[in-house]
Ligand binder design. Structure first.
Ligand code: NDP
Length: 345
């Protein structure tokens, strides 16, 4: 059957598309420009089972109308992964909040209008930050699981980029669940949401032509290239949960393949991590970086996210039924890919 993947050029979406093609699905993806389309098609060696459509502006409430007018009678599964993942912006509403929320609404409206009885499953990629407010108070022992929500409001979230991004994921996910309450009877599809924590792991095809990777992958890239302590990135321990991108892709497919996943929020976390723990793995496993990358404070006993929160994703693990990739493997594979790509250049 045919799967529609929005934001086909993205870090996570590339892995999703790769798995879909491997499992013989037909894939229609959306990208913002012809340049991106060319790039994505060449990443998949112009696989005939992959076609792309241009959707320029997520902020438009009719963004996906054309796609569903054209392909509505064949699309059975929708994986909505396009959303701004950018922290350096001029305007939180215009650059983050509105495209995130309207992206979901325009997808839902297009299905309601043009494919209410064809689309069977919709998977929305939300985020762990829709489960809690990462810039909120330091509530020790706060319970986080598949039922908890970020309490941000449209007004109070616009203080910094992390808050605005987190709220954008929350409002967008809520819009999807609210749509189901309101229009669930008028459409055939069932909803599942995926809530990844910080996504690490290799790119499907690495492109370091501008020196930078997507926001979450840039964390390890910037550590590999740090030459002084002051160049190391920082990360609040409240954000210190991770998942490997290959597991996110696997979960996105199982989310529509397994009936147990219908109506669920799947919270993807393999464990906790920190910048120091990335440094420790890199220094042990990549001796060529010793003496180049700062060591930080290898023996520092840090506060971890698990010291702050009472986190559980047991329901998710039960529904998905596979073991998540561990931290060392994820860091090693990301680092090795960057070093190999640079050796080739
Ligand atoms: P990327 O930045 O690699 O991908 C984002 C995708 O969305 C790209 O295809 C991008 O297009 C597209 N996009 C962004 N803004 C717009 C816009 N205004 N209009 C149209 N398209 C847009 O990020 P990820 O792959 O990491 O993220 C994919 C999804 O996963 C997002 O919804 C994100 O919120 C979610 N997520 C990511 C986590 C992470 O740590 N990486 C953690 C939890 C959730 P283009 O290539 O043209 O920029």
């Amino acid at each position: 059957s045919t799967v529609f993947v929005s934001g086909a050029s993205g870090f996570i979406a590339q892995h999703i598309i790769s798995l879909l093609l491997e499992q013989n699905y037909k894939v229609i993806g959306s990208v913002r420009s012809n340049e991106k389309a060319e790039h994505v098609l060449s990443n998949f060696n112009h696989n005939p089972n992959l076609t792309l459509e241009i959707v320029k502006d997520l902020a438009s409430l009719t963004a996906f109308d054309e796609v569903f007018k054209k392909h509505g009678d064949e699309i059975k599964i929708v994986l909505h992964a396009a959303s701004p993942v950018v922290f350096q912006v001029d305007n939180f509403e215009k650059d983050i909040l509105i495209p995130a929320v309207n992206g979901v609404k325009s997808m839902l409206n297009a299905i309601l209008k043009y494919a209410p009885q064809t689309v069977e499953r919709l998977i929305y990629t939300s985020s762990i930050v829709a489960q809690f407010n990462p810039c909120g108070e330091n509530e020790k022992g706060m319970k986080l699981d598949e039922t908890t929500w970020n309490d941000a409001t449209w007004e109070n979230c616009q203080t910094n980029a992390i808050n605005a991004y987190s709220a954008s994921k929350t409002f967008a996910e809520k819009a999807a669940w609210e749509f189901m309450k309101k229009h669930g009877n008028e459409v055939k599809f069932k909803l599942t949401t995926i809530l990844p924590s910080y996504v690490l792991g290799p790119q499907l095809k690495i492109d370091l032509s501008n020196g930078k990777l997507n926001l979450s992958s840039e964390l390890i890239n910037s550590i590999v290239h740090a030459r002084e302590e002051s160049q190391l990135p920082t990360l609040s321990s409240r954000l210190g949960y991770f998942i490997d991108v290959r597991d996110v892709a696997k979960a996105e497919l199982l989310a529509f393949q397994k009936d147990e996943c219908i109506g669920k929020r799947l919270s993807l976390t393999s464990g906790t991590f920190s910048i120091q723990r990335i440094l420790n793995v890199i220094h042990k496993d990549f001796p060529e970086l010793n003496g180049k990358v700062p060591v930080g404070a290898p023996d520092l006993v840090e506060e971890s996210a698990d010291d702050i929160f009472d986190f559980s994703n047991e329901e998710t693990k039960k529904a998905l039924g596979f073991e998540f990739i561990d931290f060392k493997t994820s860091v090693d594979d990301s680092t090795r890919q960057i070093l190999d790509a640079e050796r080739k250049n």
